[in-house]
Design a protein around this ligand. Structure first.
Ligand SMILES: Nc1ncnc2c1ncn2[C@@H]1O[C@H](COP(=O)(O)OP(=O)(O)OP(=O)(O)O)[C@@H](O)[C@H]1O
Length: 455
């Protein structure tokens, strides 16, 4: 019998959820604030935490953070309003298993709860260490979409170019764009392919344990170091070490990492001997490392011998349909459904939405949609309500600048897309005329149309 901690400050909704989960056979403890949630974790053992994103005295992630500080891992699911999707995607980076959007659909909730309890969706679960032997990575070969857009072709050209070398690679891109997939592809196409690919999420490593996780430690070197520990640099020997969210490493660890890269030696915590290592490092980030002021410039140049930028989904619209088909067939197989077509309205909404959470968000929306579609055709009722609202109220599709959502580039892109569509319509889809009206050349217009997926 699984024990669930439910933290939700809307008492009526909390009671509905509690009753629903109890009916499904779970034990549920309900708390209404961050503080009482953290307190409950001290006194009970839970298998899963279900958290509201916004709580009276903080946010649900504060509870995940408190867990992490104690180095405990309990799968957690964040319930968020649609407007907070971007934040929810970030939450996954911080070790949250998954998110679901409100209003919560009972079938979806049950699916995500069961997946979390079974630890089933390995790549949605983000433990600090996502070690995978090469064989398993190879088994997934072909289980992805390459795409045919200009951006996809460039991406795969770069992967093919850098893979056979031993250069360190910095992969940049928004959350959920497929940076880990790029890192695995580089490894698979490299001379190190038959050696381990070790993936570490630096965003979920606690400050205290990061050094020992990467470089290992000797017994007794700090409280809690009960045995010698081999670090991931040694585990990755001969292969590739993928450091995801590298911007989260503390200054001390950055110094050690620089030494490991420059001199090819590491020193486990508390050891007086060094160990030679032969590891290719691939790092990923979705922030501006140098601009953050927290990242050493010398290390930046060392990890950035070659840079790959993974395009956002909205910048590779011509690959969109391929991703949709791929995620539908995966969800069909997983959930025993037979969805083979989407209603026009669903297609329209998919096209109008800007997918801030990129491939991860698309995959999750499709999985929910397939789950809720018992026939062969997916209707708009299987989409999150707010997504539908955006289409019916086009003005709300253009994000309003606010301190909550200050992404200026997104705002200008959304405006630009809308302007181009309006002008094209006015010019009766005569592209030369539209380009003239927009005061840009035809080639620029074609590029922008491809970027925004305007046919
Ligand atoms: N080319 C692809 N084809 C199919 N699915 C993909 C592809 N690339 C990524 N995905 C899927 O998209 C999701 C996000 O991918 P991934 O974890 O690699 O993104 P990320 O950029 O590393 O995210 P984050 O910044 O949050 O670490 C995963 O579920 C992955 O399986």
């Amino acid at each position: 019998m699984a024990n669930i901690l439910l933290v939700e400050d809307d008492t009526t909704f909390a009671t509905i959820l509690e009753n629903f989960l109890k009916k499904k056979g779970f034990e549920v403890v309900v708390k209404y604030s961050v503080k009482s949630g953290i307190e409950a974790l001290k006194h009970h053992t839970f298998h899963l935490i279900l958290l509201d994103y916004r709580l009276g005295d903080g946010i649900g992630l504060d509870i995940v953070e408190a867990l992490r500080a104690e180095d405990k891992t309990i799968p957690s699911i964040i319930m968020t309003s649609f407007n907070d999707v971007r934040t929810a995607v970030k939450a996954i980076r911080q070790g949250v298993f998954d998110y679901i959007t409100k209003p919560v659909n009972p079938d979806e909730l049950l699916m995500v709860v069961n997946e979390a309890l079974q630890g089933k969706s390995a790549e949605r679960e983000r433990p600090a260490l996502r070690n995978q032997p090469s064989g398993a990575a190879n088994a997934e070969e072909g289980d992805f979409v390459e795409g045919t857009s200009a951006a996809a072709r460039k991406l795969h050209d770069y992967i093919a170019l850098v893979a056979p070398t031993d250069m360190s690679v910095l992969i940049r891109g928004e959350s959920g764009t497929g940076k880990e997939y790029v890192a695995r592809s580089i490894h698979r196409m490299s001379k190190r392919a038959d050696k381990p690919f070790v993936s570490i999420d630096c965003g979920t490593l606690s400050k205290e344990l990061a050094s020992s996780e990467l470089f290992g430690h000797v017994k007794g070197s700090f409280t809690g170091a009960l045995n010698d520990k081999t670090g991931q640099f040694v585990e990755a020997s001969g292969g590739t070490l993928f450091l995801d969210e590298i911007g989260n490493l503390s200054y001390d660890v950055q110094v050690k990492l620089l030494r490991a890269l420059q001199e090819k030696v590491i020193q486990p915590v508390g050891a007086n001997k060094t160990i030679n290592v032969d590891v290719r490092v691939i790092a990923a980030t979705n922030e501006d490392l140098l601009g953050s002021g927290k990242f050493r410039e010398d290390l930046y140049h060392r990890i950035n011998e070659f840079e790959i930028i993974v395009p956002a989904l909205r910048d590779r619209r011509s690959d969109f349909q391929q991703f949709v088909d791929f995620f539908i067939s995966k969800a069909n197989a997983e959930l025993g459904r037979q969805v083979s077509e989407l209603s026009d309205e669903v297609m329209e909404i998919f096209g109008a939405y800007d997918w801030p959470g990129n491939l991860r968000e698309l995959k999750n929306v499709i999985k929910r949609m397939v789950l809720l579609s018992t026939g062969s055709r997916a209707e708009v009722s299987a989409l999150p309500e707010e997504m539908v609202f955006v289409l019916k109220n086009p003005d709300s599709a253009t994000p309003k600048p606010s301190s909550d959502n200050p992404d200026l580039r997104l705002h200008s892109e959304a405006h630009e897309r809308k302007l181009i569509m309006d002008v094209l319509q006015k010019a009766k889809y005569n592209k030369s005329k539209a380009a003239q009206m927009l005061n840009i050349d035809r080639k620029t217009l074609y590029n922008k149309m491809e970027k925004y997926g305007i046919e």
